[in-house]
Write a protein that binds this ligand. Structure first.
Ligand code: ADP
Ligand code: MG
Ligand code: MG
Length: 206
């Protein structure tokens, strides 16, 4: 399977739909272990993403992802805005120069996205942040030789669920120490929406 401009724009529309329908849920998760704005931040960011995409015509996947990155960086705010911005910027850089993106190019660019996230947020896997979902998805993609939307959804879901049992050592949730345990990490839940939406777009959903 290769990624086309149409799939990547569909990916972003799907993500926006899920974020908008779960805006209050995401904020309630952040209310439990943060400052309660994650849904608002993400909804604002992805609304801006789809409006940018709708107004632009693209010839490469990389250009779409670059606009996604820039728009998230300037519209999401909080801790998560620059982090999601960095991840999508790395995906854009890693997929540069080709109209269609093949599987191995996407996998390599996911590695760069995870490295960029870790560099910016200084978080390792297991610290109850979005890194847990991004790095699990990247590791899973390495084990495959093509996209498998159903398994992609499962990995995104299980890695998101695993954050519930973790103690946060980065970000606002880390102020709660042991009391952060028993709650899902909001940024991992929105990352889960991002990767289930990728699975949707690979299955041709718009
Ligand atoms: P803020 O905490 O500034 O209000 P958000 O609520 O939008 O920002 O985002 C919180 C999410 O950001 C967390 O759930 C977590 O997934 C992610 N996050 C916070 N700090 C880090 C970090 N240092 N590294 C990776 N992800 C982080
Ligand atoms: Mg917050
Ligand atoms: Mg905040």
């Amino acid at each position: 399977m290769v990624l086309h401009v149409e799939q990547v724009t569909a990916w972003m529309y799907q993500t926006n739909d899920k974020i908008q329908s779960n805006k209050d849920y995401l904020s309630s998760l952040d209310q439990a272990i943060g400052d309660g704005d994650h849904g608002i931040n993400m909804a604002r960011g992805f609304e801006a993403v789809v409006s940018t995409i709708a107004d632009t015509s693209y010839s490469t996947v990389s250009e779409v992802l670059q606009d996604v990155a820039k728009t998230l960086m300037s519209n999401v705010g909080g801790a998560s805005g620059p982090l999601f911005g960095t991840a999508f910027l790395k995906l854009s850089m890693g997929t540069k120069g080709t109209e269609e993106v093949d599987y191995s190019t996407f996998v390599e660019s996911m590695d760069q996205a995870v490295a960029g996230l870790q560099q910016r947020g200084k978080a390792e896997q297991g610290e109850k942040t979005m890194v847990d979902v991004w790095s699990s998805v990247a590791a899973y993609l390495h084990q495959q030789d093509d996209f498998h939307p159903k398994t992609l959804r499962k990995i995104a879901s299980s890695s998101m669920e695993e954050t519930k049992g973790m103690i946060a050592t980065k970000g606002r949730a880390s102020y709660l120490k042991e009391r952060s345990k028993g709650h899902l990490d909001p940024g991992s839940v929105s990352s889960y929406y991002i990767f289930t939406s990728l699975a949707d777009s690979l299955e041709g959903k718009e």
